[in-house]
Design a protein around this ligand. Sequence first.
Ligand SMILES: Nc1nc2c(ncn2[C@@H]2O[C@H](COP(=O)(O)OP(=O)(O)O)[C@@H](O)[C@H]2O)c(=O)[nH]1
Ligand SMILES: [Mg+2]
Length: 379
Amino acid sequence: MKIKSYFARTVEDAMALARQELGPDAMLVNSRKAAPEARSLGEYEVVFAADPAPLPAPRPAEAGPASGERLSKEVAELKRELEGMRRALTRSAFAPSQWMSSSPDLSEAYAALTANEVAPDLAREIVQSAAVRAAGPRRPVSGGPARQDGEALQRALAEELESRITAEPLLGRGETRPRIVALAGPPGCGKTTTLVKLAVNYGLAARRPVLLLSMDTYRVAAAEQLRSYAAILGVGFHVIETTGALAQAIEENRGKDLIFIDTPGFGFGDMDHAAPLARFLAARGDIDTQLVLSCSMKSADLTRMVDSFASFQPQRLLFTKLDETGSFGPILNEAARTGKPLSFFGAGQRIPEDLETASRRRVSELVLAGHSVRALSAA
Ligand SMILES: Nc1nc2c(ncn2[C@@H]2O[C@H](COP(=O)(O)OP(=O)(O)O)[C@@H](O)[C@H]2O)c(=O)[nH]1
Ligand SMILES: [Mg+2]
């Protein structure tokens, strides 16, 4: 037997070359994308085996329908094979690494995280680090037992997850008074609702003098919503049209303890209008700008939204509508990606009850909820 490779731009061409030289009885051994060093010869390589004395190239008369049929059969077979290879490659590129798929606990944990919309890269990182952490110093993961200690792994997952985020359920920056908080974010994400919740819980409930300022003068009646709340709560309220007026209002209310600034919702298309306010807030070292984000947003849109609010230089991320979703991965994704602390969570429409302080523990509970490695192991 003689083994010979043929290179060409396509598999079909390479096979035609081989058949021409070796005749119809040569056997196809392998076909693949050419190795990089052989790429100059052709994109694809087919390997044929034939008897040592190569048969003469078939004369046109012999290359009749029979050999043509055979060729196309082989090509069809090759195509199937290539498709199989492509699928296998795709699977291994997106699947967790080898050792992860060798451990049911780890792959279950990875699946649970990604099902909760944790970004695949982050999920992989967390599971891998958790596996190392759970294995402890004397039990390296590679070649270790396929089945982890379920409880240790569960704990390690939470620890790894929590180590990637921070929480600061705070209002204002540092110790300076008044504490000034601006809530920014897309339309309908819950800025006004959350502002009132915060004003009640941290202002009125603590008997601290509060002032509410609304800059939401774009939409009809938007400021009126806050005006009525201010009236009900009996706190000061002003509608502010410009950043200059905002600076002045802050100056005139230095005696207050808490100043909340409600801002218009800016969507992807409105960012040009947002520029003056974004510049103002970014430049004010005394204003705590919190970016309000709804958990019910699709995670890709959420990421885009966070990026488009970068010019506001928000101090913290505030997630709302936790009650409207079952997938909490995006909270983790954005907190880990931006490195910004999480401040508060809105978890319902009721004012002021549906407000929570953010904590790392809460996030890991939400993200890992329903996932217990132990339970899965026992199953
Ligand atoms: N389910 C739920 N709804 C919320 C939450 N926060 C705000 N909302 C609702 O979302 C809608 C828009 O809220 P609003 O505060 O006006 O959003 P804004 O445009 O960002 O000021 C209102 O119907 C709110 O009641 C929350 O945490 N959960
Ligand atoms: Mg509003």
